[in-house]
Design a protein around this ligand. Structure first.
Ligand SMILES: [Zn+2]
Length: 255
């Protein structure tokens, strides 16, 4: 039976998402920005919380863990390299580890850069990826604990997932990301199409995710740093892709 997801807003602009295995009834929250919104989502779906899959240690992804664990006795899966910073972790995982939510099987990808131990979760059968603050739609996370080369390699890993993979990220930043992306690639047709789609979704009060990896490859400048035309337009023709990525990230920081 295919996995089910339930997406909802948390805090200011965070996303919460539940991943549900209809066969066993198991349900994972991907990160726990705040307990109250996750409780509301559980009530709405009627699902029972069995797991919390944490992507990284930032408070806006972990603040709800303690309260949820006390109430639901759920298992908390956390990135191994950030285990000390995530209270209540029951299992720690890293690259290629398998994480099961009931019968649904996911694989861990190390995606450092935003934080040093950031991980993502990929569920190959359902082609779902939970990427935290590494990849956003038409954007990417700030490089806080790592360096640009590390972040670029993490983005390459996510870009290599099948094109029809639907990914869920940690924040609703898409509209702002599009405003910036247009300054980098004003003539990108896929970006123009995505901008129209996003405007329509937001006008209807809908979230802009999940998006697919294939769509992002075409429209997200942060996944296109190895495109020779793009590099040339930034005055970086022939430079290594990670340097082009660093330049785009730096421009976004100042935008
Ligand atoms: Zn973060």
């Amino acid at each position: 039976m295919p996995a089910q997801t339930y997406l909802f807003g948390c805090l200011q602009d965070n996303f919460g998402v539940l991943l549900h295995d209809p066969q066993s009834g198991a349900t994972a929250a991907i990160d726990a920005p705040e307990a109250a919104q996750i409780e509301a989502a559980l009530k709405k779906t009627g699902w029972r919380l069995t797991d919390i899959l944490v992507t990284h240690h930032h408070a806006d992804h972990t603040a709800g863990i303690g309260e949820l664990k006390a109430r639901h006795h759920c298992r908390v899966v956390a990135p191994r390299r950030e285990a000390q910073r995530i209270a209540d972790a029951d299992a720690t995982v890293a690259e290629n580890d398998i994480v099961k939510v009931g019968a649904i099987e996911g694989r861990v990808l190390d995606t450092p850069g935003h934080t040093a131990g950031h991980i993502s979760y990929f569920f190959p059968v359902d082609k779902l990826a939970f990427v935290g603050d590494t990849l956003f739609s038409i954007g990417c996370g700030r490089v806080i604990e790592g360096d640009p080369q590390m972040m670029w390699n993490s983005l390459l890993k996510l870009r290599a997932l099948p094109d029809d993979t639907r990914f869920y990220c940690g924040h609703e930043y898409t509209a702002a990301n599009i405003r910036f992306a247009k300054t980098v690639e004003p003539d990108n047709k896929a970006l123009t199409a995505r901008a129209q789609e996003v405007a329509k979704l937001l006008a209807g009060g809908k979230p802009t995710i999940p998006a697919t990896i294939g769509e992002e490859k075409a429209a997200n400048p942060f996944l296109r740093a190895d495109n020779p035309e793009l590099a040339k337009s930034l005055g970086l023709g022939g430079a290594p892709a990670w340097k082009v990525f660093a330049e785009i990230r730096e421009r976004k920081n100042r935008f």
